[in-house]
Structures are given as structure tokens and as C-alpha cells.
Ligand binder design. Structure first.
Ligand code: FMN
Length: 290
């Protein structure tokens, strides 16, 4: 369960790839992804998550339409599809796990794109034989990236503002939300926060906020007003912003680990004022020497 490249390299290299060559994955790449999935450590909140690599058929590509995904994916030859049993931190655990696999695909020089929508009743859910108590909140397209992005990819990227990230000061705080954390003040954790900031998020909303204090880094979700309450007909779309939090956890923990900064996740909400009603505590990274 390790990567060939440095985690900071993989996180920096990853982007949402929406055009693929249509070449099937090589057998060795398929095997490596399957082995990686089989060796994943338990997700941080202990939800029952399972992930599977499936080959894409023409039908699947068609099935993406109308599922609430906003990009246009061309030529993906595989998908990572997963299901999670409904529970308190199901979406975070799903995001945490899936992003580890996304980085494994990046390590194998494959392109990926997270696709969030309403997959629970779709043909993707059938492929993983999702049970009634399971949710299929998102899938990830995988394949050999086409070297030439299409004009439509550029439009989607511009539409989601994909190349931009919020300013460091808008994301990271010192002690409470009233005090932005200058990058220098993050000291050895500065690259860890850089890697969180670089992460993918649904519609590039970047809902993660981190407050430093009491020997820990507290992760919060600041919900984008009006986002995440969408429905598709009668079907509720999964809570994408909690998936984003899980992705942030993976980027945080893997980078800290690589930099030799020991710590662990714990639910230890601090007593601090929240900036708005849409901000909720997620989890704390408690530093071992903190
Ligand atoms: C949970 C989640 C759901 C996403 N859903 C879609 C989607 O349905 N369609 C799409 O084209 N991109 C989707 N994306 C990709 C984001 O738009 C992308 O991560 C963001 O714009 C930042 O760009 P980057 O990934 O290239 O850095 C999703 C990302 C996440 C994390």
C-alpha cells in the first residue's frame, strides 16, 4: 500500500481529466489498482465502504448523462465505483478511500475524474450490486489521458474555475476563525495545508477550513450556500461537500506521513465561535508531539 512517487508529486500532478484516448487499461495497471484497493487500511470513521474497478462499456458512458454529473467525459475505459453503508460519517470515509485510489491511478500515470451525482439507482450501482442500505455517491472515471484536451474540457474547467484555489488566508486559521494563519506560521505543516488546498472538490467549491490550536489541526466544512441540497427529480444527490472533506483528510494525512509529522484523527471539537450557520466541525488531526 505505497506509492512509487512522492505524495506531494502525485497531488500536484492530479487534475480532473475529461478526455481519454479510449485505450483500455493495461493488465498491470488494472492489477495494481485492484491490489491497492484490496490493501486499503480501514477508513478513518470505520464506515463500511467498498470500491471496485470496472471496465466501462458504451452503455456506462451513456448512463453518465442525466445522473447530475456536469462534465462531459470522453473515452474513459474504466470506472472506480463504490458503495458505502449509510452512517454518520459515510461520505467522509467514502471520499477518504476513493481519493487514495485516485492518487494510485495518478501514480500509474492514468488520468482520473471524480463524478458526483446520483448513482444509487443507476447501472453503476447494479454493477457493484449495491444493497438497499448502501449509497453510491460518486464514481471516478479512469483511463489513459488524451494529450489534447477538447475545447469543451476547457469550458468545463473555466465554468468550475478549476485552475483557481481560494487564498490561503481564506482557508486556514490560527486559534479561531477571526485570525487567518499566515503560511509561515504553519511552519512544518505549511506543505500539508498546501496539499489540502490543491485537492479536488465538487464544483471546485473548496469547502474545507482548518483551524490550528491545542496541539491539533481542526478540520471544518463551510458549506457553500444553496449547494448540496439539489435533487434530481425525486432522487437526492449525495452530500458532495462531505466527500470533499474526506478527500482533504487523505491529502492531509498522507502528506503529514510523508513529511514525518506524526498524528492521528480524533473527534475533539474545540469551543470556538463558528463564522456562520453553514460551518460544521469535521475532525481534528491531533499531533503526536502536540
Ligand atoms: C465529490 C466531487 C464530485 C465531482 N463531480 C464532478 C462532476 O460531476 N463532473 C465533473 O466534470 N467534475 C466533477 N468533479 C471535479 C471538480 O470539478 C474538480 O475537482 C474541480 O473543478 C477542481 O479541478 P481539478 O480537479 O482539475 O483540480 C468533482 C469533484 C469532486 C471532489
Amino acid at each position: 500500500m505505497s506509492y512509487q512517487n512522492a505524495i506531494t508529486t502525485l497531488i500536484s500532478r492530479r487534475y480532473s481529466c475529461r478526455s481519454y484516448t479510449g485505450e483500455p487499461l493495461e493488465a498491470a495497471q488494472r492489477q495494481a489498482l485492484q491490489d491497492f484497493i484490496a490493501a486499503l487500511p480501514g477508513p478513518p470513521f470505520g464506515s463500511a465502504v467498498r470500491l471496485e474497478l470496472i471496465a466501462a462499456t458504451e452503455e456506462d458512458r451513456g448512463a453518465l448523462k442525466g445522473l447530475g454529473t456536469y462534465g462531459f467525459i470522453k473515452g474513459a475505459t474504466a470506472f472506480i465505483v463504490g458503495a458505502v453503508r449509510g452512517g454518520a460519517r459515510d461520505m467522509e470515509d467514502f471520499g477518504e478511500w476513493m481519493e487514495r485510489v485516485v492518487l494510485c491511478a495518478t501514480d500509474l500515470e492514468l488520468g482520473t475524474c471524480w463524478l458526483g451525482g446520483s448513482f444509487t439507482k443507476s447501472s453503476f450501482a447494479q454493477k457493484v450490486a449495491a444493497r438497499d442500505d448502501e449509497i453510491v455517491p460518486a464514481v471516478v472515471a479512469v483511463g489513459e489521458a488524451s494529450e489534447k484536451p477538447r475545447w469543451v474540457d476547457r469550458l468545463v474547467r473555466q465554468g468550475a474555475g478549476s485552475d483557481q484555489r481560494k487564498l490561503w488566508e481564506a482557508l486556514f486559521f490560527d486559534g479561531d476563525f477571526a485570525h487567518p494563519l499566515p503560511r509561515e506560521a504553519a511552519e512544518e505543516y505549511a506543505p500539508v495545508l498546501d496539499m489540502v488546498r490543491r485537492g479536488p472538490s465538487a464544483s471546485n467549491k473548496q469547502p474545507w477550513r482548518i483551524v490550528k490550536g491545542n496541539g491539533a489541526w481542526q478540520l471544518y466544512l463551510q458549506r457553500t450556500p444553496g449547494y448540496g441540497k439539489q435533487t434530481l427529480g425525486l432522487v437526492k444527490i449525495a452530500d458532495m461537500q462531505r466527500i470533499d472533506m474526506g478527500i482533504a483528510m487523505t491529502h492531509f494525512a498522507l502528506t503529514a506521513q510523508e513529511l514525518g509529522l506524526p498524528g492521528h484523527w480524533e473527534l475533539r471539537p474545540p469551543q470556538i465561535a463558528l463564522p456562520d450557520a453553514g460551518t460544521e466541525y469535521n475532525v481534528s488531526w491531533v499531533m503526536s508531539n502536540g
